[in-house]
Design a protein around this ligand. Structure first.
Ligand SMILES: Cc1cc2nc3c(=O)[nH]c(=O)nc-3n(C[C@H](O)[C@H](O)[C@H](O)COP(=O)(O)OP(=O)(O)OC[C@H]3O[C@@H](n4cnc5c(N)ncnc54)[C@H](O)[C@@H]3O)c2cc1C
Ligand code: FES
Ligand code: FES
Length: 1347
């Protein structure tokens, strides 16, 4: 490499006001790596590493010397190269406030509004909001919506976050001003205190709301930290030609075009990096190595956006945020007809990634990447914009961005030494129209399935086409145009021409049935549907010139978007009696005890534990084959790398100990002979840091020999008779065959429910520290079962349990995924740590976590049901098949739990249930919130709705007829006592105004051709308690210190569900002291031994009783002192007891459950008690695209006497949203050979902020009590999850309306779960879908299969 003259080779930037000067920087480091590992700022989290979750959001500030103002941008630290920070200022969550000094209002409000649960997403959300406020101190609700497009939360359901942050908005301020103007009761709204915007607001008694906004510290934007003056005063860093050399990568930041062109001449293979949102992903996930990186962001011609005579010139490195601002100004400034392309670009940007990506990503990069699903390319190509290319030797040239620009997959006509310097977007005129569309799995922040742009010019003021050009993404390996549609020139814009256009599009846009991306029928249909949308929109526009173009008013629904949301919500709960002591925190909505630490980034998660001097990082080498023989494993190249210490594998495990599960012995710690799934651990590299370890792990060479069969789907398993047991479970009650013979009606059906990825925001992590003596080890693990982890480690390591301390402070979400699977990474880490006698740390990448740890079981369910003329179910025979993956794990228990919920909330007197655990070559599936019940309940509801369709009755009426009531007996002989199912149902119908709504929905559907609304009400009855008696035990340890402070320990893990908060509340009541005196550090096996896994929603039921007992013992011991000095204080009684030598520490134990069930004999009581609930949901679908919007949700849930209504509402909403994800959005996609295509947030879509129901009301059933759990409460984590299925059933209802409209049998369709946009669109059969046929199976190799 020729020596290049640089002005600077030292990175200088500011973090939280502190200047960082570093001459040892490696260009391969991301900002996130630097913050966490070099600066020890662990508040910023790693959730995905691909810009898709927002957990790593920080604020980037720079001085804009042209406009003389400071600019603040939210960015993803996980993608930003640290070298790109030169001369800039970064603010992290630690920089804006802390619990030790002062909270920033953004931190305070998210905490107080119950907007944090596990808290892992919270710093990122805080920083997105903070950045918004720094740019606009009075944002609008729309600003809020946009701000959070790039942030995900898996726990809260988002509603409380929006609720808390609404208080910063203009709209909120207006209402507040109205309040003040109109006095106490006034709010500036004609509805007075009934105003929807005041729900949970200021007019209620402070006790009746989950939080009181009046307590919020006012936001004063003048108090914000100042931008580093050095960066403002001097432009020295902006002028520096920066060159930073690393071991494998050199970073160049030229400051003028000449330097850039020179560099590109010298290094034609160099990568230009602007936002690194493409290159960063390529380097991380495709293991690309780019030795020369050039950052062209300081070259004026490359970033400027200027007006030209014919339109706008956009520098290739201008970011989307800058482009959006500029074009919006142009749209406002110029006549509408001139800015139609600008409008398409701006509209599309709303659906383009999240704000963090748009802040840094550039249009030039988007073009040069040439992604076949780029959202900008169809617009630019349909409008044939001009690109300006430049090179050192040949100067400038201009090319048209048309069908010839791309020469292959991500290759272009641009020469290696050339760069793209600008894009020219022309003005339009009054006869030219431009419309663009994008269809994705999720509307916000998702990549397109198909996108399209239509550009039509007419003869002046006529409907005669003078030119037409259309372009599509997602239909080929590149963006494509449709040359045949150009033949429409000269034709009038009418329905005949439309049919011709359809024919041309069909010819020009072929799709191989096995093409990457799958969804053949959907993608084909979308091409016509999106064109049809443009047809309607242009027809509507043309009406002003050509009145005879008449489109039906009902057809306008094909053009309009869903109505903007109002974000209404209400929460109803029982308020504590006024007589309750202030110090008694029980049943009050106090905030999560870690909420402020979540919001400030101070909460410590496993990977935040400070680095140990001698520690090693473990990166796994896993199987890339679904079924194969390992022929050889060669780590030599990896071991030769600098910083690599060891390769750990099966040879490091004692003979006969290489199992993660000694009960079944079907899962190995290290695979050394045959692999039966992708993602199985073969070994692990130990290196000095994460980057080196991961690089080295990729260099371990493994040779395989493929084996057969490869069983991926439930269908495959049935064909190969591949079961763990055949059948695994069987239940018979009554003579079902006899019922079928005698019943008036019998129906048969089936349904399929896809799996679900846990997607806890914190991936699996562990840190093992061997102690210096007696083989002791400390294991810090993100596990739901510290005891079980220790019990698995002990035999493998050959040490006693009393020498292993497993400690879990908190989890960034668990949802069942960190029960058994946590051992999979803890075992190799512990083996390596003991072997090398050094601490070992490991945190899985999102991709690894998805592939290695499995998720919720997919189910295939077949049913046969008998019923009478009214629809009363008389009997059912149901077969359950769950896809377990390669090992049994808890699959058999999941199946059993599913089968016990086969009836959901319905009384079915006679049943025959058969369950099959299918053994496949997929990753081993495991526990997931609901433990099989949501899948079985979905089948029950499908069956019920099948009957309703058959009898042509409203499903609501049929549910009512079959609903459980007090005294009913389940098929496993459990009598329903204190059954509130009917009560929840009735209240739900009432509060949702179901029957009134039904009318409104029907009216809407009559008035709208392409948008349909649907409605559903779904009940749920959920059994609580482990049917295995030994699991129903818990312990607690209470230590009272001489200053009166209390240290409370118990066996339940805090994973966001608020368990520690509730336990402290229980202790507060028992000890009669305020919560501030009580503290919990962690769960640790050296404090409370032999604990039960925190699972099955019973964490507070079990641990609560143990805590209560321990506290009562202490209370008893202090009673004499209290009696002797009733006016004394707690501290005085404690002190006195101490001086009297009274023990102030004790344990509490709970274990006497009176239930337990024997599956073999059918004897015993299955559940401790039941939780009940109901939800009503209204949705709207776009029948042309399959898009949907949840308009409203009304939930009534029986939670007994809630220990903490703030937490319980959060659990209900979070569970609902996770259920909504399961049943509608989250689709795991597998290839026929078992490769998971959906390994991160880019492809796997959780519900986002944009999915919050427009109105979201939660009522906790009043007057309910539960004698069978602590302080009459009920378990809450899992029961509401199934209510999320109300969305899919409402969608089904809307599809029926669409099918009816289109002349198809409204009920003759299947809707498998998840009801993705593809499935919705295809079910809305019409004259577009009928043009295509699903290719016949067996005639092609499908890209993906239904597992
Ligand atoms: C979470 C996430 C969401 C996304 N969502 C979307 C989406 O909704 N729609 C969509 O279309 N894309 C999306 N993308 C893709 C990506 O953000 C865009 O393609 C973006 O435009 C890339 O810009 P960048 O500056 O960050 O690219 P970089 O990674 O910096 O560069 C990308 C490529 O362009 C080349 N390049 C850049 N400038 C020039 C130039 N002047 N001359 C020659 N070559 C150049 C580089 O060498 C490199 O190969 C998403 C990406 C992520 C990570
Ligand atoms: S960690 Fe950066 S976006 Fe997920
Ligand atoms: S609180 Fe948001 S991910 Fe847990």
């Amino acid at each position: 490499m020729e020596e290049l003259k640089s002005d600077c080779s030292v990175l200088v930037f500011f973090v939280n006001g502190k200047k960082i000067v570093d001459n040892q920087v490696d260009p391969e480091w991301t900002l996130l790596f630097y913050l966490r590992n070099k600066l020890g700022l662990c508040g910023t989290k790693l959730g995905c590493g691909e810009g898709g979750c927002g957990a790593c959001t920080v604020m980037l500030s720079k001085y804009d010397r042209i406009n003389k103002k400071i600019r603040h941008l939210p960015i993803n630290a996980c993608l930003a190269p640290v070298c790109s920070m030169h001369g800039l200022a970064v603010t992290t969550v630690e920089g804006i406030g802390s619990t030790r000094t002062k909270l920033h209002p953004v931190q305070e409000r998210i905490a107080k509004s119950h907007g944090t649960q596990c808290g892992f997403c919270t710093p990122g959300i805080v920083m997105s909001m903070y950045t918004l406020l720094r740019n606009s101190p009075k944002p609008t609700m729309k600003d809020l919506e946009v701000t959070f497009q790039g942030n995900l939360c898996r726990c809260t359901g988002y509603r409380p976050i929006m609720e808390g942050y609404k208080t910063f908005t203009e709209e909120w301020e207006l209402i507040q001003n109205g309040n003040r103007l109109n006095g106490e009761q006034g709010n500036g709204c004609a509805m007075g205190d009934k105003c929807c915007k005041l729900q949970n607001g200021t007019t209620k008694d402070p006790e009746e709301v989950l939080f009181n906004r009046n307590e919020f510290t006012p936001y004063d934007s003048s108090q914000e930290p100042i931008f580093p003056p050095e960066l403002k005063i001097s432009d020295q860093y902006d002028k520096q030609y920066l060159v930073i050399k690393g071991k494998t990568v050199t970073w160049f930041r030229p400051v003028n075009l000449e330097q850039l062109l020179q560099l590109k001449k010298q290094f034609p293979d160099a990568k230009l990096v602007v936002g690194n949102t493409e290159v960063g992903v390529e380097v991380k996930f495709k293991q690309m190595v780019y030795p020369v990186i050039i950052q062209p962001v300081l070259i004026p011609e490359m970033v400027a956006i200027t007006n030209t005579e014919k339109g706008v010139r956009i520098g290739a490195s201008a970011t989307f945020t800058d482009i959006e601002t500029y074009l919006k100004n142009e749209i406002n400034r110029l006549p509408e007809e001139k800015t139609r392309i600008f409008k398409s670009v701006v509209d599309m940007l709303n659906w383009f990634a999240g704000k963090q990506i748009r802040s840094v990503g550039a249009l030039g990069s988007n073009i040069m990447t040439g992604s076949p699903i780029s959202d900008m390319l169809p617009i630019l190509m349909a409008n044939e914009v001009t690109l300006e290319l430049q090179s050192r030797d040949n100067g400038k040239r201009e090319v048209i961005l048309d069908g010839n620009f791309f020469t292959g997959y991500r290759t272009t006509i641009v020469k290696p030494e050339e760069i793209l310097s600008a894009i020219y977007i022309p003005y339009t005129n009054s006869d030219r129209y431009c419309y663009a569309y994008k269809q994705a799995r999720r509307r916000e922040d998702d990549i397109a399935i198909v996108n399209a742009a239509v550009n039509v010019t007419f003869e002046p003021k006529t409907d005669i086409i003078s030119d037409i050009n259309v372009a599509f993404g997602g239909m080929s390996y590149k963006t494509v145009t449709s040359p045949k549609t150009r033949q429409l020139k000269g034709l009038p814009w009418n329905r005949q021409t439309l049919e011709l256009a359809f024919a041309h599009l069909q010819e020009d846009l072929p799709l191989d049935p096995g093409a990457p991306g799958g969804m053949y029928l959907y993608r084909k249909s979308l091409t016509l549907s999106l064109f049809f949308k443009a047809f309607l929109a242009i027809s509507a526009d043309l009406q002003k010139y050509v009145p005879h173009i008449n489109i039906d008013k009902r057809e306008l629904s094909g053009i309009t978007s869903f109505e903007p949301k109002e974000y209404k919500s209400a929460q109803y709960f029982t308020v504590v009696p006024k007589t309750q002591e202030k110090s008694d925190a029980l049943q009050r909505p106090i905030v999560h005890i870690s909420a402020y630490k979540h919001a400030t980034g101070e909460a410590v998660y496993c990977d935040d534990i400070p680095l140990y001097e001698n520690e090693l990082y473990l990166a796994f080498v896993t199987s890339t084959k679904s079924h194969a023989k390992i022929l050889s494993v060669d780590p030599s190249e990896a071991l030769a790398m600098d910083g690599v210490d060891y390769f750990v594998s099966a040879k490091d495990v004692a003979e006969g100990k290489n199992f993660t599960n000694f009960m079944h012995r079907d899962e190995k710690i290290f695979y050394d002979d045959i692999v039966t799934s992708q993602g199985q651990i073969i070994g692990g590299i130990l290196a000095t840091d994460q980057i080196i370890a991961r690089k080295a792990a990729r260099k371990v060479k493994i040779e395989y020999e493929d084996l057969q069969p490869v069983i991926i789907t439930i269908d495959d398993a049935i064909k190969h008779n591949s079961y763990f047991k055949n059948p695994d479970r069987m239940v018979v009650k009554g003579d079902v065959e006899k019922v079928f013979q005698e019943a008036p009606h019998v129906l048969e059906g089936e349904c399929h429910i896809g799996g679900q990825e846990h997607f806890y925001l914190e991936t699996q992590s562990v840190f093992v520290v061997p102690k210096k003596e007696d083989e002791e080890i400390e294991v810090y693990s993100a596990t739901q079962g510290p005891t079980q982890l220790a019990e698995t480690l002990a035999p493998v390591l050959g040490i006693q349990l009393n020498k292993i301390a497993v400690k879990t402070k908190r989890l960034g979400g668990g949802f069942g995924g960190k029960e058994l699977k946590a051992v999979r990474i803890a075992l190799p880490a512990a083996i390596a740590a003991m072997k090398l006698n050094r601490p070992v740390r490991c945190m899985l990448d999102r991709e690894e976590d998805t592939v290695m740890t499995g998720g919720r079981h997919p189910f295939y369910i077949k049913y046969k049901v008998a019923f009478n003329n009214d629809g009363k179910i008389l009997g059912a025979h149901v077969k359950y098949y769950n896809n377990c993956g390669y090992s049994i794990d808890v699959s058999s228990l999941v199946l059993g739990h599913a089968m016990t919920h086969s009836q959901n909330a319905y009384d079915i007197p006679v049943v025959r249930l058969e369950g099959y655990t299918c053994k496949t070559n997929l990753p081993s599936n495991t526990a997931f919130r609901g433990f099989g019940c949501p899948q079985a309940m979905f089948a029950a509801e499908t069956m019920l709705q099948h009957i309703a369709d058959y009898l042509k009755k409203d499903p609501v009426k049929l549910s009512e007829l079959n609903l459980y009531k007090e005294g009913d007996v389940t098929f496993y002989n459990q009598k329903l006592v204190n059954c509130t199912m009917q009560k929840c149902w009735k209240e739900c119908l009432q509060s949702s105004k179901y029957f009134e709504r039904r009318q409104q929905v029907d009216n809407f559907n009559r008035e709208n051709r392409y948008k349909k609304r649907g409605l559903s009400v779904i009940p749920t009855t959920y059994g609580i308690g482990f049917p295995v008696p030994f699991l129903n035990q818990a312990g607690a340890l209470v230590l009272v210190y001489t200053d009166g402070s209390v240290l409370l320990s118990h066996g339940g893990v805090e994973m966001g569900q608020g368990l520690h908060t509730k336990m402290i509340q229980v202790a507060s009541r028992c000890l009669e002291i305020p919560v501030e005196k009580i503290h919990t550090v962690d769960v640790s096996t050296d404090k409370v031994p032999n604990t039960t896994m925190t699972a099955g929603s019973v964490g507070s039921d079990l641990n609560g009783m143990a805590v209560m007992r321990a506290c009562n013992t202490i209370k008893e011991r202090l009673k004499p002192y209290k009696d002797a000095n009733p006016k004394g204080t707690w501290e005085e009684w404690v002190k006195k007891a101490y001086f009297d030598r009274v023990s102030l520490s004790t344990t509490g134990y709970f274990g006497e459950s009176d239930y337990g069930y024997n599956w073999e004999t059918g004897e015993g009581q299955m559940h401790n008690y039941f939780s009940y609930g109901a939800a009503c949901c209204e949705v709207e679908i776009d029948t042309l695209t399959g898009d949907h919007q949840v308009r409203s949700v009304e939930i009534v849930m029986d939670v007994g006497e809630s220990l903490n209504p703030g937490i319980d509402v959060g659990q209900i909403e979070g569970a609902f949203m996770q259920g909504y994800g399961l049943f509608v959005l989250e689709e795991l996609v597998y290839s026929p050979s078992g490769t998971n295509y959906t390994r991160g947030p880019g492809t796997y879509k959780l519900p986002g902020f944009g999915n919050i129901p427009g109105e979201f009301n939660v009522s906790m059933l009043k007057g309910s009590s539960n004698p069978r759990a602590v302080y009459s409460s009920k378990a809450i984590g899992e029961p509401p999850l199934f209510l999320g299925s109300s969305v899919v059933f409402a969608i089904k209802d809307a599809i029926k309306a669409a099918r009816k409209e289109n002349g198809y049998d409204p009920t003759d369709f299947k809707l498998y779960s998840p009801a993705t946009s593809a499935r919705i669109r295809v079910a809305c059969q019409d004259n577009i879908t009928s043009k295509f046929e699903e290719p016949e199976l067996g005639t092609y190799v499908p890209w993906n299969v239904l597992v």
